[in-house]
Structures are given as C-alpha cells and as structure tokens.
Ligand binder design. Structure first.
Ligand SMILES: NC(=O)c1ccc[n+]([C@@H]2O[C@H](COP(=O)([O-])OP(=O)(O)OC[C@H]3O[C@@H](n4cnc5c(N)ncnc54)[C@H](OP(=O)(O)O)[C@@H]3O)[C@@H](O)[C@H]2O)c1
Length: 431
C-alpha cells in the first residue's frame, strides 16, 4: 500500500449506490486522513445514464454493463450494489475477482447462495470480499462478530434482521390494525417494496442469517438449511394476547449451536417485554451474540436506508485502503466446516398456542388431554369472553417441551370437532 489513491468502481447507483457516492463526496477529507490516501470513484455502472444520482459524475467513466466495469484496469475495488443472487450481480463479482480486484458488496442474496465459493475464489488470490452492509445495514455486526468476538466460541446469534417486518409488527401493535392494512400503508410510504414477499416471508432475513451463522460458527454458508417462516399469518389478535401475557411478537433470525447440530431459523417469536429485542421497534434492527467469554453483546441501529448502509460499505473500503485483511467468514474459506443442521423438531422451549374453539362443555378437557398425552405441560390458559355455540379464542402457553411433542398434540387438537381454524403456534424465546 502506498499513498496512491484507492480507485473505486461502483456497480449500481440506486438507493445504496447513490448513498455511497454522497458519503464519499462528503467525508473525503476525513477518510483520506484515516487511511492515509484518497479514495476516488473512477468508474460507475447503472442502467439509466440520464438519471440524476445527486453527485457530478462527468469525470467518472460510465459503463452500461457492470461486467465491463469489473475488468476496468483503472479500478482497484469493485463495489457491487445491484442486487440479486445470480445474474448480473454474480457475474460482476466473479469478473472482478478473476481480474484481481477486491470486492465490496451489500448483496445478501448473492452471499447466501454463493458466499463460500466467492470467498474461496477471493482468498485464493489474496483478495478481500467484504460485505458488512449485507447484514443489518449500518450496524457493524460482521466486524463485531468476526473481529470483536474473535476470542470466543459463539453459542447463539439472534436478532431482528428485517426492518420492514419490524415496522409492520410495531405498527400492528401500536394501532391494533391487521397485517394487510399496515402492509398497504407501508408500501404507500415506501417502507415496503411493491413486491414485499422477500421481506414479509422471511427470505431476506434468512439470507442475512445464513451469513451470520457462517461468521459465528465457522461453517460454510448454508442457506438451504435455514427454516423460514414470515409474518403474513400474524394477527392483531395474537399481538394483543402477546401483550397481555407480557410478550412482544418479533420476526427473529436465530442461529444456535445445539448438541444435535446448528439450528438456523427465521420465525415470529414471542420475547419478554423487558428484553432489548422487544424494545427494538419500527425500522430498527438488533443483533445479539451470546458467547462463552464475552457473554451477551448487543448491537442496535438502522438496518437499511441509503446512508446507514453506505456507512457500512465505506467502512469496508477503509479496510481495503489500509490493507487490513481478515478471513472472509472468520475462518479461511478452505477450512469452513460443512454445517450439520439441527432438526427444528428437536427444539426444546416454550410455546404459545391460540385456538378458535366453539364454546361448549368438554372441549377444554379434550385440549388438555391432547397436551397431557404428549407430556406437554401448560403454563397459562386464557379464555376471554363467552359466546355459547360460537368460536372464541382460547390461548395457552406451555412449559419447556420438545417441538415434536407440541406438533403431535396440535395435530390432535386441530382435528377436534370444536376447533374451528388451524391452531396458531408461536415459539417463545425467553431472552
Ligand atoms: N436499500 C437498502 O437499504 C439496502 C440495505 C442493505 C443492503 N441492500 C442491498 O444493496 C443492494 C442494492 O440495493 P438498492 O436498494 O440500492 O437497490 P436499487 O435502489 O434497486 O438499485 C439497484 C441499482 O442497480 C442498477 N442496475 C440494475 N440492473 C443493472 C444492470 N444490469 N447493470 C448495471 N446496473 C444495474 C440500477 O440501475 P438504474 O438506477 O439505472 O435503474 C440501480 O442503480 C441489494 O443487494 C440490496 O439487497 C440494500
């Protein structure tokens, strides 16, 4: 490393790409002082050349094709901010590495699907593949886990990894409105995409979780073994009951080391009202790492948005400019272990169940018997309001039990004549 400028090529000038341009233009002096040399954007690529990106790009080379930018001799680092697990983003990153260029990306989908292979390709040539912005946007969770907790065995990482879902669940709770209503409003305000399925079905959080798991446990990125549930089926009723029981419902990503392997799941959970996770509302994200020496460490902040995400992208550029390198996923890519997935049915923990039950004598005894037959013991039981002959909600929570027993009991309960809808089950995490 000398004092020559670090030459940066940016592929994708949308929300994050424009944020990076703005940040580099604003913080140029500060960054040059910190790294000892300037960082200069020498090339950019996007689809629409005529669109105003908020920064003067007349002296910057323009590429209609991002793959061509990735082989430009005047570029030392390619910043991939296009998105998507395959296609142009993947070809851009592969081409950059093949041409001996470092890569910074915010693309969690790409890393969830191809992270191990890309890290192997980068490390084989002594190149950096950096992705702080891919997980929890502006929050430095990758550095926190990989560098900050390098001396620890991690037991678990969990967190709120999708701001759109957290916003929707927070709005549902504070206004009492239903999911569809709040989603429509979030789309109108631009907090949710026109096609929100990646967010609300948990896929985006699952991409991030697969990356976190790899960094936390030294395993290959294994998206296929993430159990994914979204928030479409969460009702205002469940949110209300959660509150009455002293919980909040949050969409959590959880990666946990168990004696059966590593559990990776994205699912709505109930967490105690007093926990940090429960208090993380709106678009904010939170990540908690539980490890043997440092114990619990939490990071909270903005998990998306143009400038918070740009902050993470540029932090990675600073590392590259300084020549600070660390294995991509905390362990050299060639030594990442295959992940042994723990079956979700082996989860031991507590559960919330809501039934819609026709109010007639003997029904509750049948429900209790189905639980008893599977050795599931009830902790609390709530029945509000009576309407003889009509379905009313009945809510119960259990003590610690195995998920497989819970599922068997619910199969019996769901088959009872008096039970009107599929029973709703939500896992309780006592953080
Ligand atoms: N938005 C966030 O808050 C956030 C947070 C963390 C991570 N990320 C990740 O960051 C990445 C970018 O997200 P974003 O929200 O900035 O997306 P975006 O606003 O949709 O921007 C995508 C950019 O890629 C360009 N592009 C699309 N196809 C292209 C092609 N074939 N060749 C060259 N350029 C092409 C687009 O060009 P035009 O502008 O000309 O259409 C646009 O500038 C994604 O991987 C996303 O998951 C986003």
């Amino acid at each position: 490393m000398g004092t020559a400028p670090l030459r940066v090529g940016i592929a994708g000038l949308g929300t994050v790409g424009a944020g990076v341009l703005k940040l580099l233009a604003t913080q140029g002096d500060l960054l040059a002082r910190r790294v000892g040399r300037p960082m200069v954007v020498t090339a950019v690529s996007a689809r629409d050349r005529t669109r105003d990106r908020g920064v003067d790009l007349t002296s910057v080379r323009w590429y209609d094709n991002a793959v061509d930018l990735a082989s430009d001799d005047q570029v030392d680092v390619v910043v991939e901010l296009i998105g998507g697990s395959d296609g142009i983003a993947a070809r851009t990153v592969e081409t950059a590495l093949a041409h001996g260029k470092h890569v910074v990306t915010a693309n969690k989908a790409l890393l969830a699907h191809h992270g191990t292979a890309l890290a192997t390709q980068a490390e084989a040539q002594g190149l950096t593949l950096a992705f702080e912005a891919a997980v929890a946007g502006g929050i430095p969770v990758i550095k926190g886990l990989r560098e900050g907790l390098a001396a620890n065995q991690v037991r678990e990482v969990h967190g709120i990894l999708n701001g759109t879902c957290n916003y929707i669940l927070t709005e549902m709770r504070t206004t009492g409105r239903d999911f569809g209503d709040v989603l429509a409003e979030a789309q109108a305000k631009g907090y949710a995409e026109a096609d929100p399925s990646f967010d609300i079905d948990g896929v985006d959080a699952a991409h991030k979780l697969a990356i976190l798991t790899s960094v936390a446990f030294g395993t290959r990125v294994d998206f296929a073994n993430v159990h994914v549930e979204g928030i479409r089926h969460i009702s205002a009723l469940d949110i209300d009951y959660a509150g009455q029981l002293g919980y909040r419902i949050k969409l959590l990503g959880i990666a946990r080391r168990t004696d059966k392997g590593i559990e990776q799941r994205v699912n709505p959970c109930m967490v105690p009202v007093g926990s940090l996770i429960a208090a993380t509302d709106g678009v904010f994200n939170a990540v908690v790492a539980d490890s043997d020496f440092a114990d619990k460490v939490a990071l909270v902040g903005r998990g998306a948005g143009a400038v918070p995400t740009a902050s993470a992208v540029v932090a990675d550029l600073v590392d590259i400019a300084i020549g600070r390198r660390t294995p991509t996923f905390a362990v050299p890519a060639s030594q990442l272990a295959p992940l042994t997935p723990a079956p979700l049915s082996a989860r031991r923990g507590r559960y919330y169940v809501r039934l819609m039950v026709v109010d007639r004598p003997g029904v509750i005894a049948d429900v209790a018997a189905a639980l008893r037959d599977q050795n599931v013991s009830m902790e609390s039981f709530l029945q509000r309001g009576r309407a003889p002959g009509e379905a009313v909600p009945v809510v119960l929570t259990t003590h610690d039990t195995e998920e497989v027993a819970m599922l068997r009991a619910l199969a019996v309960i769901g088959g009872l004549d008096a039970v009107q809808e599929t029973p709703r089950m939500i896992r309780i995490e006592d953080y």
